[in-house]
Unconditional design. Structure first.
Length: 269
């Protein structure tokens, strides 16, 4: 399938000269022209909100962000495209603790932001998985991977940690460059406890990147940690049901998650 290419008027609007060249990652939809990175946006309200927050976020020694680029007319999107300044570095999803430390610093900088209203209208497989994990949507039986979702649902207990704006997909979206702080990119916004966002990165590392069973222990002093691991796993697993419901292919299998689910359940025994 051919990749969608940013049109010349999109490049011109963001002050970039062509040609645009594809970049690795970004689900195959990210391009670079001069020092401007372009990608098709999702929900326009989310794109604008993220751009406003990141453009005003103070600098930090503990993390960097990709700074958004306004179009010539002051808008954050042009024909569905958004843009950022090219940020040095490359992701390394096996630098688990460094990713988690950068994410924690990023979340500390975001503390106090109000919950954005676009979260109520966002409707995609990941939002579905998130709502299932936090009991805002029920498990009805028959979902993709019910056999691992239901045991996790049975051990959920109420949590009391405050929610805040967080990054819901840290592991592959923190870039490293020599001599520079880690850079947090591609921010999917959620409003959940900060420890939940770290737990998502931990279960991703264990599921997909062979992180050891010691990784959850190293971060176990975070708030209500075991319950956050439960919800992080349910979020990732239930997203597959969200994909099925909108007709997208489901490529993950129970076997991908079984050992991590067993580990988390054992922590709660």
């Amino acid at each position: 399938m051919a990749r969608e290419v940013p049109a010349p008027e999109v490049l011109a609007a963001f002050g970039a000269r062509g040609p645009a060249v594809p970049l690795p990652g970004g689900q195959g939809r990210t391009w670079c022209a001069d020092d401007v990175v372009l990608k098709p946006g999702g929900l326009e309200a989310e794109t604008a909100w993220v751009a406003e927050v990141l453009s005003g976020l103070p600098g930090s020694r503990r993390f960097r962000v990709a700074r958004p680029v306004r179009a010539g007319d002051g808008s954050w999107t042009v024909l569905g495209w958004q843009a950022w300044r090219l940020t040095p570095g490359s992701p390394d999803p096996r630098r688990w603790d460094d990713v988690l430390a950068a994410g924690e610093a990023f979340h500390e900088a975001l503390a106090g932001l109000a919950r954005p209203s676009f979260l109520d209208e966002r409707d995609d497989p990941w939002s579905f998985g998130d709502r299932v994990a936090w009991q805002e949507l029920p498990l009805r039986g028959g979902e993709v991977m019910t056999e691992v979702l239901e045991p996790l649902a049975r051990v959920r207990q109420p949590v009391h940690s405050p929610s805040q704006v967080v990054h819901g997909d840290l592991l592959g979206n923190v870039m490293f460059a020599d001599g520079l702080a880690p850079a947090v990119i591609d921010w999917p916004v959620y409003h959940r406890p900060a420890s939940w966002a770290l737990a998502v990165a931990v279960v991703d590392a264990m599921t997909w990147h062979d992180a050891s069973e010691a990784l959850p222990d190293r971060w176990a002093d975070r708030a209500e940690w075991d319950q956050m691991l439960v919800r992080a796993l349910m979020y990732r697993i239930a997203t597959n049901e969200g994909r099925r419901r909108v007709g997208l292919p489901v490529t993950e299998r129970v076997e991908h998650y079984r050992s991590v689910v067993d580990l988390v359940l054992a922590r709660l025994e």
